[in-house]
Design a protein around this ligand. Structure first.
Ligand code: NAG
Length: 190
């Protein structure tokens, strides 16, 4: 009888410490993955924000980080579109640049789809190559077009939110590329 309850006690202790270890090593896993990207802190924030961020394969982790960047792209598009709508047409130079900026941000945002499709679809063979290609050639050039336009017209004040928002999306893409290029398919918990 006594040995039986001892067994139950040690089993439940085992379960407790196992759960503790699991949580700890998921955190260690996130830190370990994110240190392979140029923005470890932002990367960890992104993975913490996803309830299923503890998924154990590279493709899933990459998908979560791409979605974070996609969300940031939606925010900078929304902001720019609203700013354009609130700019009087009589302020032609600013009106026109914001018009182009919002359409380019929209293309950038919508072009994340090429990467997310490759990462969502279990059957996609070259998911790393496709996602890297889509992010670098189909998203980044459109994303940065607005800042380029403002650079060419220094008399127009660049709205700080556009600068900060564009930088955030670029950092998010750099994180995704870091994951896509540097981590193995199957993740092992330390
Ligand atoms: C962007 O605006 C749309 C429409 O107003 C809204 O539904 C969406 O939540 C906004 N997205 C972000 C990231 O703020």
């Amino acid at each position: 009888m006594e040995s039986c309850s001892l067994l139950v006690l040690s089993l439940s202790l085992l379960t407790l410490s196992y759960q503790f270890l699991a949580i700890k090593s998921d955190e260690a896993l996130i830190q370990n993955l994110c240190h392979k990207t140029p923005e470890p802190v932002l990367c960890a924030d992104c993975l913490h924000g996803d309830p299923s961020g503890k998924a154990a394969d590279a493709r899933r982790v990459a998908l979560i980080t791409v979605r974070c960047a996609e969300y940031d792209a939606e925010q900078v598009y929304n902001f720019t579109f609203n700013l354009w709508q609130n700019t009087p047409k009589s302020n032609a130079a600013l009106y026109n640049i914001l018009d182009t900026c919002s359409s380019q941000f929209l293309v950038a945002h919508d072009s994340f789809r090429g990467a997310t499709v490759a990462l969502e679809d279990q059957g996609w063979r070259n998911w790393r190559g496709t996602a890297i290609y889509e992010l670098t050639t189909q998203v980044t050039p459109y994303l940065n077009r607005c800042l380029d336009l403002f650079k060419k017209q220094p008399q127009l004040p660049l709205p700080n939110t556009i600068l900060v928002g564009t930088n955030a999306v670029n950092q998010g893409i750099a994180i995704s590329l870091g994951i896509l290029k540097n981590i193995p398919d199957k993740l092992t918990r330390s």
